[in-house]
Write a protein that binds this ligand. Structure first.
Ligand code: E4P
Length: 219
């Protein structure tokens, strides 16, 4: 399973890249705003800076909601760097835009997916990635991981090439759940990735090893 980090924070992207387990980055307008990035030029420069750090796909979301606007914005984003994946919302115009981009060989990430039907449509349109938001479903008491399972079954039934990018991941248990089901990618915060490292028996075991080593050395 590929690991993407879901942030526009350059320090966190660098930290994840340095760990050696990062396969890509996803951003969205809220994450860009959180970093104080606004204005066309700043947004473009920020995407370029992310692409310089990371070795993999970088999702950049269109703001336009109509087909023509999405195409114009998406083509400009894709021209910035070969790592850019155009992130398009799951709407009627969005589906048309995904089809358009797929015919032109521009990679897409269909975002704001909350049902298996939406995921089926995204795959039919030729999306490179589909992003079901599992954390936001859990927030409203709908089983987010259950949706990943449904999509996995549907995509496997027909051999769709669209990759399942489990999004809105909130914690390490989500990551493990996605890995067990066979999501192709997960995108989550750095905290969820780093939480995979943690186990109290690792900490106490290491402390014991170091104490025994020091004792034997007469320290
Ligand atoms: C997906 O690509 C989105 O950026 C993201 O995962 C949304 O997550 P949130 O529900 O934590 O905002």
């Amino acid at each position: 399973m590929k690991f993407f980090i879901d942030t526009a924070n350059l320090e966190q992207i660098k930290e994840a890249q340095d760990l050696g387990v990062l396969d890509g980055v996803t951003t969205n307008p809220s994450l860009m705003a959180k970093e104080g990035i606004s204005g066309e030029e700043n947004v473009i420069n920020h995407y370029k800076a992310i692409c310089e750090i990371v070795d993999g796909d970088v999702s950049a979301e269109v703001i336009a909601t109509d087909f023509d606007g999405m195409v114009k914005e998406g083509e400009a984003l894709a021209a910035l760097d070969s790592k850019i994946v155009v992130k398009v919302p799951m709407t009627k115009d969005g589906v048309k835009a995904i089809k358009y981009f797929s015919k032109k060989g521009i990679k897409t990430n269909c975002t704001l997916v909350f049902s298996a039907g939406q995921a089926l449509l995204a795959a039919k349109a030729g999306a490179s990635y589909v992003s079901p938001f599992i954390g936001r479903l859990d927030d409203i008491s709908v089983d987010g991981l259950g949706l990943i399972e449904e999509i996995r079954e549907i995509y496997d039934n027909y051999g769709f090439g669209t990759e399942i990018l489990a999004a809105s991941v909130r914690h390490s248990a989500h990551i493990l759940g996605c890995a067990k089901i066979g999501a192709d990618v997960m995108t989550g915060p750095l905290s969820a990735i780093l939480a995979l490292l943690k186990h109290p028996l690792t900490d106490s075991g290491l402390a014991q090893f170091l104490a025994d080593h020091a004792k034997a050395a007469g320290k």
